[in-house]
Ligand binder design. Structure first.
Ligand code: ZN
Length: 290
């Protein structure tokens, strides 16, 4: 099943929801960065959160998320756009931890429960807006929830999950449910009850359910209106050899010359997608002369 993202609302106006499946995008990140199981779960949850927040907060801009906790993974950085493009990396992709007491990947310990989550929202015009919250648990979903509650004062429910096994990333995705001012205490109880009854997000995905089915299952008891077409999701990085060459042009000519003479080439790696770029000796000499 292809990855996608869509938005919905309930007929009574009490709930707004955005839901995404990110299995292939997370598998792509895992392959590019050679991620451990724990790092796959952590980066996958942050990538999914980035996409959900981008879809909620901007129409044509971008949301950048940075998790900076005290755990062994180091920083996690993700850029996501409402059109479904997402990229990201983790400082220490090889870190592996034992499963936690619930039998899940220990993302909380890997990211750490002390530190910050930074959110930068660029609407595509004007100044980007940035804010920061202290990590709640480092489990990602709860941290994103804390950010939403602190930023817009409405209640929300955030679910993000990644199921990865020896055969690879089997399911990844999540949703954010925002409770608008019309909601009641029963609204929250009903949704929490649905989530407990029907199983985790990745469990529903692995049973072959699509975006709309999962959303309607989690919002059982509400009249759900789908607001958008499914937007495809993909791991996408905007780096290119041309951009790498442009970056080289900023260097002093003497430095470009010495790269050409001493190293015979310039080499660069994109942190976000792990792509390597090379510029050969002749091209460097051309740059130094231009
Ligand atoms: Zn890149």
């Amino acid at each position: 099943m292809e990855d996608g993202i869509l938005k919905a609302m309930t007929a009574d106006g009490s709930i707004r929801a955005v839901i995404a499946t990110t299995t292939k995008a997370v598998a792509c990140a895992r392959e590019r960065h050679e991620l451990s199981y724990t790092a796959t779960a952590a980066l996958g949850r942050v990538m999914t959160s980035g996409l959900l927040l981008a879809s909620l907060m901007t129409r044509q801009g971008q949301v950048a998320l940075k998790f900076q906790g005290n755990g062994p993974l180091g920083r996690i950085l993700v850029d996501a756009q409402p059109n479904g493009k997402v990229r990201g990396y983790v400082d220490n992709p090889q870190v592996e931890l034992p499963l936690n007491s619930l039998g899940n990947f220990d993302v909380g310990a890997a990211i750490g429960n002390s530190g910050f989550m930074h959110v930068m929202v660029d609407h595509g015009f004007g100044r980007p807006y940035s804010s920061m919250v202290e990590l709640a648990t480092g489990e990602v979903g709860e941290d994103v929830n804390r950010f939403l509650v602190s930023s817009d004062q409405t209640g929300s429910i955030v679910v993000v999950g990644v199921h990865v096994s020896k055969t690879g990333v089997e399911a990844a995705g999540g949703l954010i449910i925002q409770l608008l001012p019309d909601h009641t205490e029963e609204t929250i109880c009903q949704i929490e009850n649905n989530i407990t009854t029907f199983g985790t997000f990745t469990f529903l995905m692995r049973r072959g359910m699509g975006l709309e089915d999962i959303l309607k299952r989690i919002l059982t008891g509400f009249d759900v209106h789908i607001l958008t077409d499914v937007e495809p999701v993909q791991f996408y990085c905007k780096c290119s050899k041309e951009r790498f060459v442009e970056a080289l042009k900023i260097l002093p000519k003497t430095e470009i010359l010495s790269m050409a003479e001493e190293d015979g080439q310039a080499e660069g790696r994109c942190h976000f997608c792990n792509e390597f770029y090379y510029v050969g000796r002749e091209s460097l000499l051309d740059l130094a002369r231009s």
